[in-house]
Every structure is written in structure tokens, then in C-alpha cells.
Design a protein. Sequence first.
Length: 387
Amino acid sequence: MNVSQISIGRFHHFHLARQLQKRDLLEAVFTGYPRFKLQDEPGIPQSKIHTFPWLQAPFMARGRVGLDHWDWLNREGAWQSHETLDRYVRSRLRAPTVLLALSGSGLHAGRRAQELGGLHICDRGSSHIRVQEQLLQEEYARYGACWKGIDPRSIAKEEAEYEQADLISVPSQFCVDSFIHQGIPKEKILKIPYGARLERFWPCATQVSDQQPDFRVLFVGSAGPRKGFLDLLKAFTLLQHPRKKLTLIGSLSTEAQAYLKGTDQPSVEFLGSVPNAQLRAHYSRASVFVLPSIEEGLAMVMGEAMACGCPVIASTNTGASDLFTDGTEGFIVPIRSPELIADRLQQLADAPELRHRMGRAALMRVQTLGGWDAYGDAWQTALTRIA
């Protein structure tokens, strides 16, 4: 049986679709993205991409018209986008298929796939939804902010998907452990770590040299409670270096903006969104990439940084242990440990040779892992075994 995918957005699913197409295993990709945003997806025949953008596209555009501050609209829009896509795919399935559906978007379609003699794989890109809810609730409290919580409908639907699915695919051991902790049998969990785009990320000529005195700390992502922004900023404050700089690329959450306003941080620069093609230069110029996330599956930005020869400091809850070894290509630290992050930053700042050695090891490690081709190979092996 070939594979049909459901993904409300791009995420890692379009990387997987390319890999499945190369192996003649792709049946279709169903997505909430509008078609005009998918013209730059080489390697996937347009005839195999099926879009249902009628709710997701307006939901994505709500910020442009000033509607993204309405909590009710945010929650209802997210729920309806996933639910209607799920039901749309259910109506389109006609023959047996392995349905690989992003969690929250595959309950109805997954049941239909099973009725037709196929399989339902629930693809969860983060920890178990109950673990995610608990971690985020605790983290928002550290900011003195109100955690509005995950929509109870989404929690109920995802848990129903976990129960119904033939397998649950996750990208890291952190995710595996979270599911086991919630009582999911280990044999039901399929771990396949994401790849890195080695064709897009490699060291630039702007790589930091011994003669460059600046110590550059880089963060890429949506800075806020989930990404451990509080710990990142505190660790950077504790770092002792005459020419330190923290560069933030991505968006700033309301909580992060409020926290920044209350601190004097002349060495912090916020660049906002940066075109993907320009990220390679920033990774290559950085002394270290730091990602102290409280919760996520496997952050692909770590692999991007490593592919540019940049050492990484990351928390245990980022999937870092599936990418590198603590003390070799970088450092892995517990969540909510800003003092330890500061200590690791200080080690790298005080020892340029250690920094460069870890950077070289990071590059070698990510190249050995094989990028997205290795991800495709792992999926092909798994599908051969189960389908």
C-alpha cells in the first residue's frame, strides 16, 4: 500500500512526501495550505497535492487584519481548520492506504482508512498532548502569565487518535518517553528522527575565526515560554564576555516582549523573520546556537546549525539526544537550568579551540546522519515491515 499524508501546513511532511515520491510510495498529500503557497515544492507532483484551504488560509491570514488577538477566534479557527480537513480527507478515501496523519487531523480519516483495509499512523511532532499541556502550564506560571490551555476538544481528539491508530510516529526519545509515561505501550510507538537540509545548510566563509573577538549566541524560532526564552535571556545575562551578542531570529511572543522591556539588554538584537536562504550565514557566523525549549519534538533548527559547523546547547526536551552527544558536538542540559547554560556558554567563550572542535564535530555528526534521505530510508524500512 502507498502512503497518503495529512498535514495542515508544511512542517516536516513535505520533506517526507519528497522522500516517499522518490521511492514510489506516495499516494497523496492532503493539506490546508493554499495551492499558490505550494508551487515551490520540487519533487512532489502537483497532481498528488490536494488542498483544502477554505478555513486554514483565512486562519493563517488573521494577523494581517488585526484579528489574531481574539482568543475565541484563535481557538475556534484552529479547531475547525483541523476538523474540516480531517473530514474532507475521509470523504476522499476510496481504496486501502497507509494514512499518515498529523495528530489532530486524522481521527475520522484514519478510521475510514482502517475500514477500507488500510492503516492509520498518527504522526505526533511533539510530546504526548497531556505532557505538553502540563509543561506549558508550569512554564507560563514562571512568567506570571495566564496559560489559556490547549483546547479540550483537541486533547480529547488526539487521545482518541492515539487509541485508534495502528502506530504513533514521533521524532525523538523525549517524545517516546512522554507517551510511555502516559501509558501508551512502547511497541505502538515508532521513532524516526527528522533530517536536516544538507543541500541548503553548510558552513559559509563567514564562519567565526580565532581573530574575531565577538562571542555570538544565536536563537532561531518563536521566542517565548515554550522555547525557554526566560532561561536563554538569564543565561546570556550571566555570561561574562566583553563583546557578547545575542541574536534573536523569528517572532517574539507577548510574554517575551514584556520580559525584554523590563531588562536592559544592549547586547541583544532582534532581527525578526529572516528569509530561509539567509539563515546559513547567521548559523555560520554564530559562536553557539542555544535552544533551551521546555517542550518540542525534535527542533530542526538544531540540525541546521550543526550543518553550518555551529555547536549547540539545547535542553533535554528538544530531542537533542537524537542528534548529538553531550560534550562532543555541544551540550545537553535539563530544562529550566539557566545557570548551567551560562556555565556552558562560559566554557565556549573562554576556550575558542573547544568551540571550534565542537563545531567541526557537529558538522561531521549531522553529515553522518544523512539528512532527509536517511529519514526517507527509515520510513521505507518501517513501511515495508508494517504494510
